[in-house]
Design a protein around this ligand. Sequence first.
Ligand SMILES: CC(C)(COP(=O)(O)OP(=O)(O)OC[C@H]1O[C@@H](n2cnc3c(N)ncnc32)[C@H](O)[C@@H]1OP(=O)(O)O)[C@@H](O)C(=O)NCCC(=O)NCCS
Length: 170
Amino acid sequence: MEVVRIRNANVEDSAAIAGIYNQGIDDRIATYETERRSAKDQRAWLESIAGQYPAVVAQSGCEIIGWAGAAPYRDRECYRGIGEFSIYVRRDWRSRGVGDFLLRGLITEAERLGLWKLLSRIFPFNEASRALCRKHGFREVGIYEKHARLDGQWVDAVIVERLITANLTR
Ligand SMILES: CC(C)(COP(=O)(O)OP(=O)(O)OC[C@H]1O[C@@H](n2cnc3c(N)ncnc32)[C@H](O)[C@@H]1OP(=O)(O)O)[C@@H](O)C(=O)NCCC(=O)NCCS
């Protein structure tokens, strides 16, 4: 595989992040969201989490080929150390190990920022995402049944979580 570098995301990456996110939205495999995102949306998200929650990109040459990032799980202060994450790889780069690098980078950055848990929700049929999370020590907590509709159809969601043990004793 070509050299892939993982680094922290910055606002200059907003358009590439939006483009890759929109592929995932269009594929109907990853999210209940159906509304496409703009660079401005992604910039606002990056600014809102800066220094508190992790966001990383995968870069090959000068191209961004994937991203992973977290947002607060809930607004309440007691939950500030829990990040709810998303991960998206550009279509032409999927199943080539990029998600693996990205998730490793996201966990490392989450640890550096003091988070004690990462969690996410995955569609049951999203085998790649479930395999990736399993590989990185995520536990499947259970299934939210008929959690939301996607294009009018109820879709379940598998909840996954991973503790960041280094930050549990701080
Ligand atoms: C899910 C996603 C982030 C995984 O990233 P990726 O770069 O494709 O995955 P990797 O190549 O790093 O593979 C990670 C693991 O998943 C497995 N995997 C990859 N593609 C797979 C597929 N199509 N079906 C089943 N397992 C798959 C790999 O075998 C690997 O596990 P292993 O090393 O134990 O064999 C990526 O496919 C993607 O962006 N999908 C669309 C958006 C999405 O579903 N995001 C997640 C929302 S919850």
